[in-house]
Design a protein around this ligand. Structure first.
Ligand code: AMP
Ligand code: FE
Ligand code: FE
Ligand code: ZN
Length: 282
């Protein structure tokens, strides 16, 4: 089994990289990607934990475009020791800090008794995100669970929502490529576009250097899988699949959830690995 999209407590997951690897080993995975938001800090710990267990750790990072839509790009095979990668990610994290403060301010203005210290109890020391705010909203009794906290306060259009001050999607794809990673559109179906618009977005992002599509995801139906697979075939794109595992922040999702139909995962991973070396040869 293979899962190419997972989060640890280095961003907004709840398991440590070592705990996640141990879970994946128990469940029988042969390869998993650690794809935290805006950090690669978890990758080395995961690789260390994986030694001798017959599981391959694929380095990755998930980045978000700016604007009103949730467009996320997975960058596969970042160079973990490259200063320019580290610097770029550090800048993203600094912007997250400011946004976190602004989210709390807005919620306070709504009359909620919440502060940043409380939010930090739920992690996010390095990569502060909405799930940490959501966890605090639940702890304080303002929401029934994380999903409810997003619905009431943290989704676009809700009082605590602060958009990310990030580059538009095309620019982000080009940047991910310039940073030496393979850009793949994560859960593209979830950015709220109709089929036609999503197809257009994909065509545009391919022109910016995007190389793959996440065609299997825990939130996808079979119809969505088919749609994404068609788009991947149209453009000759790499096909990936990921559960988007976050631990207790998304309790219904385990490693491998939603990937049942991904029969050729091994071939897809091989293509991704080959693409990496093609990139090196450029
Ligand atoms: P942020 O990176 O701070 O914008 O937060 C985005 C993260 O919040 C995503 O990666 C998911 O982990 C989580 N998320 C987004 N929407 C929801 C939702 N409706 N319910 C639960 N978690 C969500
Ligand atoms: Fe997340
Ligand atoms: Fe995402
Ligand atoms: Zn993710």
């Amino acid at each position: 089994m293979i899962d190419l999209h997972m989060h640890t407590h280095c961003s907004d997951g709840t398991l440590s990289p070592a705990q996640l690897v141990s879970l994946c080993v128990q469940m029988g995975f042969s390869a998993v990607a650690i794809s935290d938001h805006d950090t690669v800090d978890g990758v080395k710990e995961a690789q260390l934990a994986a030694e001798g267990h017959g599981i391959q750790i694929i380095p990755a990072v998930e980045l978000a475009a700016g604007g009103g839509r949730e467009i996320h790009i997975l960058g596969y095979f970042p160079d973990l020791d490259a200063g320019f990668v580290q610097e770029y990610l550090a800048e993203q994290r600094r912007k997250r800090e400011k946004r976190g403060e602004e989210m709390v301010r807005r919620l306070q203005k709504e009359g909620l008794n919440i502060d940043l210290l409380g939010v930090r109890r739920h992690g996010g020391e390095k990569v502060l995100g909405r799930p940490h705010v959501a966890a605090e909203l639940v702890a304080l009794g303002y929401a029934a669970d994380i999903a409810n906290a997003f619905d009431k306060y943290l989704k676009p259009g809700r009082p605590g929502y602060v958009p990310r001050d990030n580059p538009p999607a095309g620019e982000l794809v080009a940047t991910v490529r310039d940073l030496g990673m393979i850009p793949v559109l994560a859960h593209g179906w979830l950015c709220g576009l109709m089929e036609r618009e999503l197809s257009q977005l994909i065509t545009y992002l391919v022109s910016c250097g995007m190389r793959g599509l996440e065609c299997y995801h825990s939130a996808y139906t079979v119809e969505v899988e088919r749609f994404m697979l068609r788009r991947a075939r149209d453009h000759g794109l790499l096909i990936t699949g990921g559960s988007d595992f976050h631990g207790a922040h998304k309790p219904d999702i385990l490693p491998g959830t939603g990937l049942e139909n991904w029969k050729n995962a091994k071939d897809c991973l091989n293509s991704l690995i080959i693409e990496r070396f093609r990139g090196d040869a450029r």
